[in-house]
Ligand binder design. Structure first.
Ligand SMILES: NC(=O)c1ccc[n+]([C@@H]2O[C@H](COP(=O)([O-])OP(=O)(O)OC[C@H]3O[C@@H](n4cnc5c(N)ncnc54)[C@H](O)[C@@H]3O)[C@@H](O)[C@H]2O)c1
Ligand SMILES: N=C(N)NCCCC=O
Ligand code: NA
Length: 510
């Protein structure tokens, strides 16, 4: 791919809502501008759905789920559904660079990372195609019973119509983590991506239309959270809500779902720790610390945004960390080699700068970053920021910033490190760097988190489970666990004896 500056400008396709296999304007006619955070310019628009459109989409999904007694989709074989998923993966791969450029334009992530995301998207659809096929093999699995007169078997069935509500930091990848397993399971889907970055999710609808998934099985409703997300989450005919986003929105979705006892799974925020012990190789550890806090422009739910350094290496480590962070290539995210782009929106930009100034006011030291670099006149850029001398009571240690901001504190002992690491309402991820394998094992077991990285931070595979403990949510995405999110378990128990049951004494013959 040529540098974007040299290539023809990329145009954001004009799309409508995708409902029942068709493109349809929103009933109220509203549109939301697409803003490129690198230039602050409006580069397109997406439809703004309301509850009227939500009703249409849910109706279409319900009809499609039940259509032809489910033979088309929900009761088709996993193998049949797997073929569609593989076709989606192929088309994503064909359009990888185009999709990556749209993603970068819409959310500001460096193009090399967006390409990586698209590779992960294709791999995730492939992976769940495989699990869809495996599902056929495990249907009617027997359960061992203590009584010979009975046999039990297990059927795994799609849960029904599912609402998938997703954030803007990995727009297409976070949608895929839900869409791929939901389709593999045989559910009918209504996807509600973030109003800040919906462009690639609309392109996914176009791909899904091309591969010919039955109309109504996959729908995309773009729009604001309260206008489109809330009526979807609350809808009587939505059988489950899977949500990734902020803790605040997650709580409100759970409340809406509770009113009709609808199941939810929630992937929420975090403030994950990275603990570095004094036996670590400094250069390697510094690079993982940077990656854990600064890739995706720091907007990572599992960002290791709290760095805990063993006291005796802190000075040397921080010098290296500050110099290296200050050298990160920041600028036009469409340029190959860019490693830091703008954050997603003006309001995030303002919020992040406020977090940094509050941290300084509370006594933290700014080692690098903290503002838009001087060579950039426009765009929501924040230089890679390292704050040291951070104390556990400070806001910057406790709250999720969701930007390129790393808070650093120190510890003396392993016990102290674990205590500081776990002293948070969140529990999405945690990481430890040390040459001592026993220590890594002890710390991994001690960390209160759903994801633990050892001698690294962030690598994620679609085969392994993803999700948090404590206030970071519940339920697991990815891997086999991700498929279970969209399946319900039905037991079939048969009486196989030829003898009568014999509980009630027979009526005596007169
Ligand atoms: N745990 C994870 O896997 C993971 C992954 C990515 C992001 N996140 C979290 O997401 C947050 C940032 O994303 P965000 O700003 O897009 O979060 P957000 O909660 O503002 O929005 C997420 C989605 O919810 C929708 N929404 C907003 N209000 C709603 C309402 N009242 N009812 C229904 N839907 C509503 C939004 O339109 C969007 O589609 C961070 O806290 C981050 O940690 C978590
Ligand atoms: N390694 C990857 N792809 N991480 C995605 C993290 C999702 C949460 O924000
Ligand atoms: Na945008």
């Amino acid at each position: 791919m040529a540098d974007a500056a040299a290539a023809a400008p990329i145009v954001v396709p004009q799309r409508q809502l995708f409902i029942d296999g068709n493109w349809r304007p929103p009933r109220k006619g509203a549109h939301i501008p697409v803003i490129n955070p690198a230039t602050e310019q409006i580069i397109g628009e997406i439809p703004g759905a309301t509850s009227e459109d939500v009703n249409d989409a849910v109706k279409a999904a319900k009809k499609a789920f039940l259509h032809n007694k489910g033979q088309h989709w929900s009761r088709a074989t996993g193998e049949a559904r797997g073929k569609y998923l593989r076709a989606i993966a192929d088309k994503v791969t064909e359009r990888k660079l185009w999709l990556a450029e749209l993603e970068t334009l819409d959310c500001g992530k460096p193009i090399d990372e967006a390409v990586w995301d698209m590779e992960d998207v294709a791999a995730c659809f492939e992976y769940y195609a495989g699990l869809a096929e495996k599902l056929d093999e495990i249907q009617y699995a027997p359960v061992e019973l203590p009584l010979q007169n009975y046999k039990s078997n297990i059927l795994k069935e799609p849960i029904g119509v599912v609402a998938l509500i997703t954030p803007w930091n990995y727009p297409l990848l976070m949608a895929t983590w839900k869409v791929a397993p939901a389709l593999a399971a045989g559910c009918a889907v209504i996807l509600k991506p973030s109003e800040l970055a919906s462009v690639t999710c609309l392109e996914l609808a176009s791909i899904i239309q091309e591969v010919g998934i039955p109309p109504g099985i996959f729908n995309v409703i773009t729009g604001f959270g309260p206008a489109a997300g809330a009526p979807l989450a609350a809808h009587e005919d939505v059988d489950k809500v899977a949500f990734t986003g902020s803790t605040k929105t997650g709580r409100s979705i759970m409340e809406m779902a509770a009113r009709i006892t609808k199941p939810v799974s929630l992937e929420l925020g975090g403030k994950s720790p990275l603990i570095v012990f004094d036996d670590a190789d400094i250069d390697t550890a510094v690079e993982w610390a940077m990656f854990g806090a600064f890739w995706t422009n720091g907007q990572i739910c599992a960002a290791t945004s709290r760095l805990l350094l063993q006291e005796n290496i802190a000075e040397k480590f921080l010098k290296k960390l500050a110099d290296w962070s200050a050298s990160i290539k920041i600028g036009n995210p469409l340029e190959k080699g860019c490693r830091l782009g703008p954050v997603v929106s003006e309001s995030q930009y303002t919020k992040i700068l406020k977090y940094i100034s509050t941290a300084q006011a509370e006594g933290a030291s700014l080692l690098c970053g903290g503002k838009r670099p001087d060579h950039l006149k426009k765009g929501y850029f924040v230089g890679a920021t390292v704050l040291s001398d951070v104390k556990p009571w400070m806001q910057i240690w406790k709250e999720e910033v969701f930007g390129p901001v790393l808070a650093v504190s120190t510890f003396k002992t392993e016990e102290e490190a674990l205590h500081l690491a776990n002293d948070s309402p969140y529990g999405l991820a945690g990481a430890v760097i040390s040459k001592d394998a026993d220590r890594c094992k002890r710390v991994s077991e001690g960390l209160q988190a759903g994801i633990v990285w050892i001698n690294c931070s962030q690598p994620t595979f679609c085969q392994t489970p993803w999700g948090g403990v404590k206030r970071s949510g519940f339920g697991r995405e990815l891997g086999e666990w991700g498929l279970e999110n969209y399946l319900s378990v039905k037991q079939l128990t048969r009486y196989i004896s030829n003898e009568p049951f014999g509980w009630y004494p027979p009526i005596s013959k007169l």
